[in-house]
Design a protein around this ligand. Structure first.
Ligand code: ZN
Length: 340
């Protein structure tokens, strides 16, 4: 009898030692001490034992059962530890793994230059004025001295929203709105979007960006205009850059001029970008026509002023050596990433 119990215990010990999972353990537990276990069938045989020996018999079986339960409990503990250690190992943070890069956005090159232009003029004492993208004909043409039959008013060149209402073709509209509302001294720039019915190509876009400057005060002369322009282009492109002025015609300035700067690429010796001329066209300028001053109620005997307009797209292309204007509007991330 004792031998039989020892056999059961030995067998259970070796069986439990090889178990590593919870389901295996549950099966083993039912085999070892369950209803259909060898131990349980021994217990059922108690009726065949002589009455005087039954007490000892029962005691031995109970002791064996307690011992087997202890074996199962300690195996359960070992398996729980194994599972816990595995979980810790699999969720451990590996500090030697390479990190994941966070992708960070950046400002569009046009926005970067727009802000640089603003900062440059702010440092020269200008204020920033804002206007409307949708304008009336008066502010876009009439007040700027543009005759009714001027070709720029043509439907083919200008986007009309309805009769008399259009998408502004120039930021000069802000000059008029500023002079209507403020008396001199005036010293503003107006950066913004403009619209013309141009076909998109390497140097044209139906939407483009201009910055307009307007200064009206006593004793303002053409020399002041040249000085301001020179400081601006040298701040943007470098101290070696020269500017020059060629006579031109604009309806709202008198005299009027076109502004060139020495080529930022070759420095004036001639290259592909300046078409071998050594100069780059930058925009238009001039002294505000006295008729324009009078039309907005500013005394043209007392005050004079100058204005100029430059292309922000053009400045961006020159600064970043971008050969085709369309690239600025395509928003191809592979291009934009280079200017972050
Ligand atoms: Zn050049």
């Amino acid at each position: 009898m004792k031998d039989k119990l020892q056999q059961i215990i030995d067998k259970a010990e070796s069986e439990l030692n090889s178990i590593t999972t919870k389901p295996e353990l549950l099966n083993a537990k039912s085999r070892i001490i369950g209803k259909k276990s060898e131990l349980n069938s021994l217990m059922k045989n108690i009726k065949d034992v002589a009455p005087e020996d039954r007490r000892e018999f029962g005691q031995l079986i109970n002791e064996a059962k307690d011992y087997l339960q202890q074996l199962i409990d300690s195996r359960t503990q070992i398996i729980d530890e194994l599972i816990y250690n595995e979980q810790v190992a699999s969720s451990r943070i590996d500090l030697t793994m390479p990190g994941r890069r966070t992708v960070q956005g950046g400002l569009h090159p046009l926005t970067q230059i727009w802000r640089e232009v603003e900062d440059t003029f702010l440092s020269m004492g200008f204020e920033i004025a804002d206007g409307f993208d949708v304008e009336d004909e008066f502010h876009n043409f009439d007040a700027l001295n543009t005759p009714k039959d001027h070709p720029s008013r043509n439907l083919a060149d200008t986007f009309y929203v309805e009769d008399n209402i259009l998408l502004r073709t120039q930021t000069s509209t802000v000059q008029i709105r500023t002079m209507e509302n403020y008396q001199p001294p005036i010293r503003i720039i107006a950066p913004g979007r403009c619209y013309r019915n141009d076909k998109m190509d390497a140097s044209h876009s139906p939407v483009f960006h201009q910055v307009e400057a307007l200064v009206v005060d006593e004793n303002i002369s053409f020399a002041d205009l040249k000085d301001t322009l020179n400081i601006f282009v040298q701040t943007m492109f470098g101290q070696n850059i020269k500017s020059r002025i060629r006579p031109h015609f604009f309806p709202f300035t008198e005299p009027s001029a076109e502004i060139d700067i020495s080529c930022v690429s070759c420095g004036g010796s001639g290259c592909r970008i300046c078409k071998n001329s050594g100069w780059l066209e930058m925009g238009g300028a001039g002294m505000v026509d006295p008729a324009v001053l009078e039309s907005v109620g500013i005394d043209s005997e007392k005050y004079t002023g100058y204005a100029f307009g430059l292309g922000i797209d053009r400045i961006t292309m020159l600064k970043y050596n971008i050969p085709d204007m369309r690239i600025l509007f395509e928003n191809d991330l592979r291009f934009l990433k280079q200017y972050r």
